[in-house]
Design a protein around this ligand. Structure first.
Ligand SMILES: [Zn+2]
Length: 199
């Protein structure tokens, strides 16, 4: 007997195709959407559509922005010879919140994950090399997450960059291993940045 309505099944299937969502969490999200007052649910969908329409990666650094070149890359006050490499935009926003970094970012758009079939070709790495040459970059700070996959990604980038005449540093430990930058408090994150170490 087909007791789950087709469209509900379809929505759950769509949500569970998103990384990080299993069938149970997809069901929960679908049900929570159904429980929302209709106006709120419609607004949410409208905002998602607007977001998809307006937000895209910055042409320079890959951070999600509503402009062609993000405000950080287009600022005269930012030092383009210091690049901080992060996995996702929210990692860059978290570092930005500390107010301690005056360089620019480079957003990889993920991390290496052989299990999920994410290899280097799926990450925003090529443009990093182009930027290093173009701006004669002096320092690359590897700020991938302190997780097994984040470390592997950081090592991959280190090996790729070590032939260039620049300092390669990484965030100091103190960040709990297995955590994500986005969840670190400002103090821990600004200390990790301040005491970054040469690789
Ligand atoms: Zn940018």
């Amino acid at each position: 007997m087909n007791y789950i309505p087709d469209i509900l099944k379809k929505v759950i299937e769509d949500i569970s195709n998103l990384p990080g969502y299993g069938e149970k969490s997809a069901q929960r999200l679908a049900i929570n959407l159904l429980k929302l007052p209709r106006g709120e649910a419609v607004d949410l969908i409208k905002h998602i559509a607007q977001m998809l329409d307006k937000i895209h990666p910055c042409k320079e650094c890959g951070i999600y922005t509503d402009q062609e070149i993000c405000p950080i890359c287009s600022s005269e006050e930012r030092d383009k010879t210091h690049i901080c490499v992060v996995e996702e935009s929210f990692d860059a926003y978290a570092i930005e919140k500390t107010g301690k970094f005056k360089g620019v970012y480079h957003v990889l758009g993920g991390r290496l994950s052989p299990l999920e079939g994410i290899g280097p070709e799926k990450l925003n790495i090529k443009t990093l090399i182009e930027r290093i040459k173009k701006y004669q970059v002096k320092e690359v700070i590897i700020a991938t997450n302190p997780t097994v996959e984040g470390e592997a990604t950081g090592n991959y980038i280190y090996n790729l960059l070590k032939k260039y005449p620049l300092n390669i540093t990484r965030l100091a430990y103190g960040l709990p291993f297995g955590s994500v930058l986005e969840n670190a408090d400002d103090f821990t994150l600004s200390k990790a940045l301040e005491y970054r170490v040469k690789i």
